[in-house]
Write a protein that binds this ligand. Structure first.
Ligand SMILES: C[S@@+](CC[C@H](N)C(=O)[O-])C[C@H]1O[C@@H](n2cnc3c(N)ncnc32)[C@H](O)[C@@H]1O
Length: 219
């Protein structure tokens, strides 16, 4: 019995200090080969018809001159659309946590001759965004990959101008091939984001029953 307290404290210290919330979603991202498979799906030929990027840009209400963050840019699929929407006086900050995705995103920006995109290498807890700089942070299919959502939301809030917005475009659990991949459904995401310094200002379906848009304003 004397050893029980010691055994318990060892178990506590052996447990990870911060459990990784999105372990299921991130299981396919651990190797270069896994990320290459993801990259192919992000560049798939039918993505345009499903994702409808131009409609997405309209719903987000991006204006010329805005600074917009593409948080978890992946292969930079949205960069040409975001770059055009903010125009020559605006800026797109394209962030990801993996070098191989960022390399492909840079190649995509070069292919489209985009001159108003800046690339940022973040970490799984800190997107390293400049403070008080963005009008909109967009997380397209990336929020459900955040292992440390509260830490991410704190930096996102800091990066926004007063009144700046965060747009989360993500999948409904039931609309995704593997529901366990999506950590929280729309109502859970809204609760989590509102508990971390934001208020919901708009929500709508983007792909009915598959993908939704939730837009928040920094409080
Ligand atoms: C499904 S992909 C979506 C990529 C891109 N937004 C798109 O729609 O084409 C998810 C992306 O989120 C990135 N990601 C995962 N955890 C992240 C984090 N904590 N911060 C920023 N990006 C993250 C991944 O590296 C990956 O590029």
């Amino acid at each position: 019995m004397r050893f029980l307290p010691l055994a318990l404290s060892l178990a506590v210290f052996a447990a990870p200090a911060f459990p990784q919330a999105a372990a299921t979603a991130n299981s396919g991202y651990k190797t270069h080969e896994g990320r290459e498979r993801v990259a192919q799906s992000l560049n798939a030929g039918d993505r345009e018809s499903k994702q409808r990027p131009k409609e997405l840009i309209e719903v987000l209400g991006i204006k010329p001159g805005d600074t917009v963050v593409d948080l978890g840019t992946g292969v930079g699929y949205m960069l040409p659309y975001l770059s055009e929407a903010v125009g020559p006086k605006g800026k797109v900050l394209a962030e990801d946590i993996f070098d191989d995705f960022l390399t492909q995103a840079k190649q995509n920006a070069a292919k489209h001759s985009l001159t108003n995109v800046v690339f940022i290498k973040g970490t799984d807890r800190d997107p390293r965004l400049p403070a008080n700089s963005a009008d909109l942070v967009m997380a397209l299919d990336s929020y459900h990959h955040f292992d440390y959502p509260a830490k991410m939301l704190a930096v996102i809030a800091r990066s926004l101008h007063p009144g700046g917005r965060l747009a989360i475009i993500d999948f409904y659990k039931a609309g995704f091939r593997d529901p366990a991949h999506i950590r929280l459904d729309q109502d859970g995401v809204i609760r989590e984001v509102e508990a971390n310094g934001f208020e919901l200002v708009h929500k709508q379906d983007h792909q009915p029953k598959v993908q939704y848009i939730a837009i928040f304003r920094k409080k």
